[in-house]
Design a protein around this ligand. Sequence first.
Ligand SMILES: C[S@@+](CC[C@H](N)C(=O)[O-])C[C@H]1O[C@@H](n2cnc3c(N)ncnc32)[C@H](O)[C@@H]1O
Length: 338
Amino acid sequence: MNNPTTSLEFSHFPVMLNEVINLCSPYKGGTYIDCTFGGGGYSKKLLKFPETKVIALDRDKHILTIAKELKKEFPYRFYFYKKKFSEIETITDNQPIDAIVFDLGLSSIQLNNLERGFSFKSKEKLDMSMGLSSISAEEVVNNLSEQKLKSIIKVLGEEKDASRIARNIIKKRLIKKITKVDQLVEIIEKSKKKNYTNKINPSTKTFQALRIFVNKEITELIKGIINATKVLKPGGKILIVSFHSIEDKIVKYFFSNFSASRSKPSRYLPDNENNNSLFEKYKNKIITPSATEINKNFPSRSAKLRYAVRNNNTFIYPEELINKFKKYLDLESSYVSN
Ligand SMILES: C[S@@+](CC[C@H](N)C(=O)[O-])C[C@H]1O[C@@H](n2cnc3c(N)ncnc32)[C@H](O)[C@@H]1O
């Protein structure tokens, strides 16, 4: 790994590392779950504190070498599972968990590997799977109806030109199957109005939408945070670093509506049904990267860190969270080819 290109491909700059570690408070030890191991930035730092134990998860087989190295270094304090974080319950063994961390989205390791098709700079296969997903972006763009493609691009990418992009995908695929990233980039660029801002690449939002859909990221987030709350000990913390507005909306809703500070779980419920909270009073505080961090690592600029503290109440399934974001869950679960 002395080759600079290779080491860049295998590195990921952990976002808000100090902020995350301080909140985890590992100084006297504790058991932590790193739900999104990636390059292992958070896990490695937590393991520097002598009494800690870290259980890490990642759905991506490409990071197994990094996890194996860490396992060699800390055979009795580090455990890794190649699993989706929605399955967190299967790895905890009822032990008390002090903090659970989610650092959502894609790592630079994944983005920089052009063969995986996440980057619009790639000319490779349209894949976009982070691992353990049942479909690829190629299958999505070639099989789904125009209406479904439009919904995915509009809802999950928040792309205002979704209709035109979906229509042009259909037109192009009738002539030739869309298999490569650059074919899709060309369709998107031709579909976007000329006045798109130069600040973001015209393909950004469509690529975000397809990646979220392929990996069912919203479903994973909702199931992940619910199941994490279930395994967290009273007083334990759940920390989430998110990168786009849909994720942050979900996290904020969960923490504020299921904390002791909420007035009522729903305004339609009577007052006395108000004691099902899962978290202590939620301060609604967002932590963002410092200017120094953004200077060093520009992609960190859109990161938001929120955390909540589990209270003593018995876990009650937060059905209301599912109902509130059902439109995303329904969209992600619909893969019916046309
Ligand atoms: C932003 S990176 C995390 C980087 C990490 N914090 C570090 O310091 O290197 C996100 C990682 O989470 C993984 N991931 C995303 N969604 C996941 C899910 N539902 N279950 C398990 N891993 C997931 C991705 O494969 C990726 O490796």
